[in-house]
Write a protein that binds this ligand. Sequence first.
Ligand SMILES: Cc1cc2nc3c(=O)[nH]c(=O)nc-3n(C[C@H](O)[C@H](O)[C@H](O)COP(=O)(O)OP(=O)(O)OC[C@H]3O[C@@H](n4cnc5c(N)ncnc54)[C@H](O)[C@@H]3O)c2cc1C
Length: 488
Amino acid sequence: MNYDVIIIGSGVTGAGIARELSKYKLKIAVLDKASELPSGASRANSSMIHGGFDDKPGTMKSKFCVPGNKLWHKLTQELDIDFNPCGSYVCAFNDDEIKHLELLLEQGKTNGAPGVEIISGDKLREKEPNVSKEIVAALWSPEAGIINNFEAVNALIENARLNNADLFLETLATGLLFDEKNNIRGVTTNIGEFFAPVVINAGGVHSGEISKWAGDESFKIIPTKGEYLLLDRTTKGFINSFLFSCPSKAGKGITVLQTAEGNLMSGPTATEQEDPEDRATTPEGLAEVLKGARRLVPDFPVKLNITTFAGVRANTESGDFEIKVLKTPRGFVNVAGIKSPGFTSSPAIAEYVADLLKEELADRIKLIPNKKFIPERRNIPRFLYLSMEERKKLAEKDPAYAQIVCRCETVTEGQVLEAIRRGAKTVTAVKMMTRAGTGRCQGGFCCPRVAEILSRELNIPLDEITRHGGESKLLAGKTKEFLLKGAE
Ligand SMILES: Cc1cc2nc3c(=O)[nH]c(=O)nc-3n(C[C@H](O)[C@H](O)[C@H](O)COP(=O)(O)OP(=O)(O)OC[C@H]3O[C@@H](n4cnc5c(N)ncnc54)[C@H](O)[C@@H]3O)c2cc1C
């Protein structure tokens, strides 16, 4: 358990830093308490790669958003991540909101966001005929896009692992270890001690607590929930891009978007709460989402809703990211409070963290380029998107690709086997890596089949297979045994 760097948290921030640091000859350990990735805010968000006009110039968010956007355009190619460079619109309904668009336009220009411009409501409706007739103008941002966030985090960590980083799932960091000079020596966890001269805190909504272990209480995380409605993929094309309302003090407001896979989606709300792990949706929250969706898109086809979900933002009082190397203890780096546009910013944050290590922690760690670094990684074949010819070829090579496991998303046994080969151990891990269970029936059909394949391949009894680790077993026992018990 001896490493050069330990990263706590493998959301898009931690996984991105791991991949960036794997360009150097370093022993890297990434610890995450979850059983599958992504698990925190990186799992449940709007998946927008922002254009970079929304952040106040001079903030850390403004510094990283535009470069992050550029890096994602390259990374999605290199790492084979599903990405739709569809652009985004901020919609204005009146003169006051047009004034706000002008402010965003200026901000965008200052931040270096390419191609931002204000267009008329009619021009917007030429591209998006289903938006409200009341919209009078919109801010168009051509470089924005929508990413498959499940694929993105898995791609980053897979590539980091390919370049020798070690990932430890179900590993909860519980504290820090210090040497006799009170500098960083490692991390304590539920599975034992990990040693390294540098520890990076990428714990998302828990990053405030982790920072306290190092004695830095200069910021506080305010967990802020965002609820969503997700519609069936038959809504594909109803909206082709990403529609924002005009932002207010509460945040960017309710949006309507088409996910990278083609589902219509709307959200998020912004409700502060105490509990960082509370991801329950509420009738009030969902009603607010629907109201906001209908304002932008009056005929929003909510009858085709297939699920609801919520994510929790790691907001800070300053409203900005908290990225710094602590003076004491030496060796501790906060990459905390990574709220929106954190997904967008993450590759630029990762580069910045590597620079911080070079400049501020050279006495503890040497970043020597790894000449054997492999930048590419290929995704599990997305059977749904393949032509009949391509499907046939794949199935001829491996008959497991001829067995459909998930009917809604046309996921094959071949894909499930490949996910297991890449480390999936739970039903949700298979879902994150293949989309099995993300469709209309939400796993009703494929969940038992995925569980059977997991049981067979991992040689684990079926009743030990879990949805997402821990106590989340799928089966409570055999019906016959229950009946016999009842008879007794
Ligand atoms: C509702 C919502 C909408 C958003 N929309 C967008 C958007 O459209 N575009 C955009 O750019 N950004 C968006 N964001 C922001 C973006 O999702 C986050 O900035 C980003 O995902 C943060 O990533 P992270 O890795 O810092 O945190 P997380 O993804 O939360 O990852 C933290 C990880 O740390 C692990 N962890 C925590 N504590 C411990 C511990 N003690 N031991 C081990 N592991 C631990 C967790 O299990 C988790 O996996 C949105 C966020 C939300 C919530």
